[in-house]
Every structure is written in structure tokens, then in C-alpha cells.
Design a protein around this ligand. Structure first.
Ligand SMILES: [Zn+2]
Ligand SMILES: [Zn+2]
Length: 233
């Protein structure tokens, strides 16, 4: 394991999206700096989450793929719809937060599609442009993981199954609105109207959104209580 001040193509990054949880991200491309541009790279977030630090040798490289979200939206006044998002973003190559690099692999094994840096005409694919990689790198993989795993958490309600809410919903001062973006009872995720507005504005789970929403894991009893409290008709 090494620390490097700059991400290079093929680097396997050990992320730390939540205390005690580690994930894997892979640098898919790199661009040198020119007079006009900072050096940029594409980074793919994989769905892998571990409860300890892992080594590169423990990973099955052929299984390393970018996280794909399949979200179902149940928005008020709209028909239920689905949206698929692939977790690849454009970041600056600066490893300012000192993420551990587990090693390097052939990034084409992870993702072999086009990797434009600019929105290209005639290409359907564009990737969101982020700024520097921050502590939240891989957060969406953790949220996805926590929503798919029956994670038992300790709560005032006893041991319970985890679900996800935004941090705003935790305060019960006034009803903030409750948007439930999953209908699967094992994949409960809710956020408030402010989060929803930002999400629609950003068009995706951007860093800005993840920071603002700051997802929390609560038990399903808490979730139901919060939903009842915050729902506005
Ligand atoms: Zn919120
Ligand atoms: Zn609870």
C-alpha cells in the first residue's frame, strides 16, 4: 500500500465512506495538465464494501465493476419511474486526502466504454464533473450496500434492521416532507423536500448532494416514525 499525491490511471483506491467501512474505487483514465486544464481523471466507484481494510490480492479483479444504481422514484404528483446511473465521475487527480492506493490494475477490465472529459456531441454518455476527491468518495456505494444488506443496528428500539434517511429528517421540530425513493421494504430510503430539490437540481447524487443530505442509518421503526412525522399531504 502506498500513498501518492496524484491519482494515476489504473490505481485502485481504498475509500473510507463511513467509519469502519471501506470501499474500492478505480482510476479509469488520466489527463496531463495543460495551460488550460488541471489534470483530471475518471474514477469509478465499485459496489464493494468491507468492514475492514483489504489488500489488492484479496479482490477478484474480474468482479470489479462500477456501481450501477437502479433507483425507483415515487414522487408526489408523478408516475413512478426508474433511473439507472453508473458511478463514474470526473475528478481532479489530486489525492489531497491521502487515500491509500492498493496497487494498479488494467482499468479496461473495470470499464471499457468511452470516457469523454467533455460532453461530446453525438455521444450519449457524459459523466458528472466533480472537483477534488473528498472524504465522501464512495459514499454512494456504502449507502447502496447498507440498503441491500440487512445490517443490524443498535437502536433505542433494540436491535433493528437498517434503513436510510437524510440527516435533516432526524430532527423532529417541524414536518420537512418525506420523499421515499424506494418501494422495497428491505431497501428503505427517505429524504426531505430540501434534499429532493437539490437532488433534482443536481440531477444525480453529486458530492454536493451527498454532503447536504448526509445520509444516516436508522432502524426501520425509526424510519416509520420519521416518515409519519415528516410526511406532508
Ligand atoms: Zn434532507
Ligand atoms: Zn429505532
Amino acid at each position: 500500500m502506498t500513498k501518492s499525491s496524484q491519482f494515476n490511471k489504473g490505481n485502485v483506491i481504498l475509500t473510507n465512506p463511513e467509519e469502519g467501512y471501506y470501499g474500492i474505487a478505480v482510476v479509469l483514465s488520466e489527463k496531463k495538465n495543460t495551460h488550460e486544464f488541471y489534470p483530471w481523471c475518471h474514477i469509478a466507484i465499485t459496489p464493494l464494501i468491507f468492514e475492514r481494510k483489504v489488500q489488492l490480492q484479496e479482490l477478484d479483479i474480474n468482479q470489479l465493476k462500477p456501481l450501477v444504481f437502479k433507483r425507483s422514484y415515487n414522487l408526489k404528483g408523478k408516475e413512478k419511474f426508474f433511473k439507472e446511473e453508473i458511478s463514474i465521475g470526473i475528478y481532479t487527480r489530486s489525492n489531497k486526502h491521502g487515500f491509500e492506493i492498493l496497487g494498479s490494475i488494467d482499468p479496461k477490465k473495470v470499464y471499457d466504454g468511452p470516457l469523454p472529459f467533455m460532453p461530446l456531441t453525438g455521444l450519449d454518455i457524459t459523466f458528472p464533473m466533480y472537483d477534488e476527491v473528498n472524504n465522501y468518495l464512495g459514499r454512494e456505494a456504502f449507502i447502496q450496500w447498507a440498503s441491500e444488506h440487512i445490517v443490524e443496528i443498535d437502536c433505542k428500539h433494540g436491535k433493528g434492521i437498517s434503513s436510510i434517511v437524510c440527516s435533516h429528517l432526524l430532527s423532529k421540530n417541524k414536518a420537512l416532507g418525506f420523499i421515499e425513493n424506494a418501494s422495497d421494504p428491505h431497501d428503505l430510503q427517505g429524504w426531505c423536500y430540501d434534499c429532493e430539490n437539490l437532488f433534482l437540481k443536481e440531477g444525480e447524487m453529486s458530492d454536493k448532494f451527498l454532503k447536504f443530505s448526509s445520509a444516516n442509518v436508522v432502524c426501520t421503526t425509526c424510519y416509520d416514525e420519521l416518515k409519519t412525522f415528516h410526511q406532508i399531504d
